[in-house]
Design a protein around this ligand. Structure first.
Ligand code: ATP
Length: 477
């Protein structure tokens, strides 16, 4: 299939970024664990997002709401009735597919073959049928397009059914329907139901936002492409509450600010684009995705949605509690409108990993060498620096330890003395450490060390006492 993507996935495993969950039991589909370097990278991503939202914006505060919520929440939000994907089974292989994905893949084939018109027509037709919820016609379309199951090779399809993506379980010890609760499929609803709690306790005035990072769960039917689509994942969402009528202005602002943010992470401009939604969700009056060009094509990493007052109004109706804001500036009570930015932490992780993965070939034809390194922005890199004494004798390890102990109070740094210096550099390249600090005999004389830069492999000498300042400056945005 896609060899570059395969290389990235195996690199992620081999160098301690991402493991398949429960691997010794042959894994659990679409669930992943983050290893020593992956968990550091993920933590850095979350911290950066959190700081961007809550420190750089005086009008945004944080929240950490529970995964479990009262089941009526999901009635109000529309998830019980309409958080569905259309699925279809192949009777021979017993494999389950998303009907819309099968048709999208067919459309992509037409596009690849140069038949853009046929591709667009198919997507349009599919959109209409799904909107009308004409599931029989969706099945007929799959049959008419002669789509076969990749496993069995047959077109022996079941009917198309709606499949709800929410996981459910019971609260308490009785397995009764009344005890049914859901694992939240998005973090947003925790923010909506706490709107008044936050607004009053932090004395916020509209316009203001609430930011939250947390796990979300979706029983995805098509669970492929590594951590791109997971059943358990983390969302970083910010809901911004505004005056009715001002939402589109704020939507445009957030749309641009979020794109700037992605560029600031070091993602090249040509690998990012906006994708406007042709079909809007029931709660939105404007929506756009930020897409990144993964090795498998341009795909969504973040959504910016103008959600109107749908959620707050709906919670007011179902809970029968007033959810209104008195705006002293216009002397009016109203239900605020919401503009949200919603990004998947794991997808951002995958974007950064794909963007960082670099294979560089150098040298003459016969003895070509390939160097692999991860060019993360130093502020995001899991390890900021490796302290490497050139040899294991002459007091170099002691000097190295002294520097290491000082730096590790403020930075995630590594100390390593085994193996040749070249091998140790290579190892740091593979996990994306931006700086290697080598201790040699000159260090003992004049207290200077060599800093090797990961991307250029160039070296410079600086005083060991200046290391902390150097890392502070380089490892920030
Ligand atoms: P998709 O169309 O890819 O299923 P979506 O439009 O349903 O995504 P939203 O509900 O808007 O996604 O969720 C906001 C963000 O959460 C997405 O942009 C994505 O980054 C992330 N996300 C959603 N579903 C998953 C998943 N199954 N695994 C990982 N991240 C996800």
């Amino acid at each position: 299939e896609n060899t570059l993507f395969k290389d990235i996935v195996s690199h992620a495993k081999e160098y301690g970024f991402v493991f398949q969950s429960s691997e010794i039991y042959d894994g659990l589909q679409a669930v992943y664990d983050y290893g020593p370097f992956g968990s550091e990278l993920k933590k850095n991503i979350k911290e950066l997002w959190w700081n961007t939202m809550t420190r750089f914006n005086d009008d945004i505060v944080g929240l950490d709401s529970a995964i479990f919520m009262h089941p009526d929440t999901w009635k109000a939000s529309g998830h019980i009735d309409s958080f569905n994907d259309p699925m279809i089974d192949n009777k021979d292989s017993k494999k389950r597919y998303r009907a819309d994905v099968l048709l999208e893949e067919k459309a992509a084939l037409y596009e690849k073959a140069g038949d853009l018109e046929k591709s667009a027509a198919l997507l349009k037709k599919m959109g209409q049928l799904l909107e009308a919820e004409d599931l029989n016609a969706v099945r007929e379309l799959i049959v008419a397009e002669e789509i076969v199951c990749p496993v069995s090779g047959t077109a022996n399809w079941t009917e198309v059914r709606q499949f709800n993506l929410m996981f459910s379980t019971q609260i308490g010890s009785l397995a009764e329907d009344s005890n049914k609760v859901y694992l939240r499929p998005e973090t947003a609803q925790g923010i909506f139901v706490n709107f008044l709690n936050v607004q009053k306790s932090a004395r916020m005035k509209i316009p203001f936002g609430i930011a939250q990072i947390g796990k979300a769960f979706r029983n995805e039917i098509v669970a492929r492409q590594f951590i791109f689509r997971m059943r358990e994942f983390e969302q970083m969402e910010m809901q911004f509450f505004v005056r009715p009528g001002e939402e589109l202005e704020w939507y445009a602002k957030w749309r641009d600010m979020r794109m700037q943010w992605h560029k600031a992470l070091g993602i090249p401009e040509n690998k990012l684009r906006f994708h406007d939604h042709d079909k809007l969700a029931h709660y939105a009056n404007a929506a756009v995705d930020v897409e990144f060009e993964f090795p498998f094509g341009f795909k969504e990493v973040e959504g910016i949605h103008s959600r109107t007052d749908f959620d707050l109004r709906s919670h007011q109706e179902v809970s029968k509690k007033k959810i209104q804001y008195f705006d002293p500036e216009v002397n009016k009570n109203y239900i605020p409108y919401v503009v949200e930015t919603s990004v998947g932490c794991d997808r951002l992780f995958l974007m950064l990993l794909c963007n960082a993965y670099t294979e560089e070939t150098s040298g003459e034809e016969e003895n070509q060498k390939t160097r692999i390194y991860l060019k993360f922005h130093p502020a995001l890199a899991p390890v900021k620096a490796a302290i490497l004494p050139l040899t294991k004798k002459d007091g170099l390890p002691e000097k190295g330890q002294e520097i290491y102990k000082k730096l590790k109070r403020n930075f995630n740094v590594i100390y390593e003395e085994a193996a040749s210096i070249g091998k140790r550099y290579t190892r740091q390249d593979l996990i994306g450490t931006p700086y290697c600090i080598a201790i040699d005999h000159q260090t003992l004389e004049d207290n200077t060390v060599t800093i090797r830069h990961r991307d250029s492999t160039s070296q410079e000498r600086i005083n060991a006492d200046a290391l902390e300042e150097f890392l502070h400056k380089e490892c920030s945005f």
